[in-house]
Design a protein. Structure first.
Length: 100
């Protein structure tokens, strides 16, 4: 377990042994935290900002208003933009597995 507050439990489990990560270890053992999520968010934010600029140029009243379908399409495009190399590098950085 990492040190996320939601992972704290008030009782001692009887049938399992829990191990907690040392502080600041999450990015080493969870590849998504070591760059994949950051890369996804960067692609999403870029697309969202470009969309807002297009709406501004078109004279829209609320350039940040977006519906759920548009969000899902932006999210899919952002995920598709995350490269295989980024994912591979994040997994390699974690040390869990090492592929060249």
């Amino acid at each position: 377990m990492d040190n996320f507050a939601g992972h704290k439990i008030e009782y001692k489990p009887e049938n399992i042994h829990l191990e907690c990560f040392e502080a600041n270890m999450t990015s080493f053992v969870q590849p998504l935290d070591s760059g994949i999520i950051r890369c996804f968010k960067a692609h999403y934010r870029k697309a969202f900002c470009l969309r807002a600029l297009d709406l501004d140029e078109a004279g829209a009243d609320d350039i940040y208003k977006i519906n759920l379908l548009e969000v899902m399409l932006l999210a899919k495009a952002a995920w598709d933009a995350v490269s295989v190399e980024t994912i591979t590098n994040c997994w390699n950085h974690s040390g869990i597995q090492d592929y060249k």
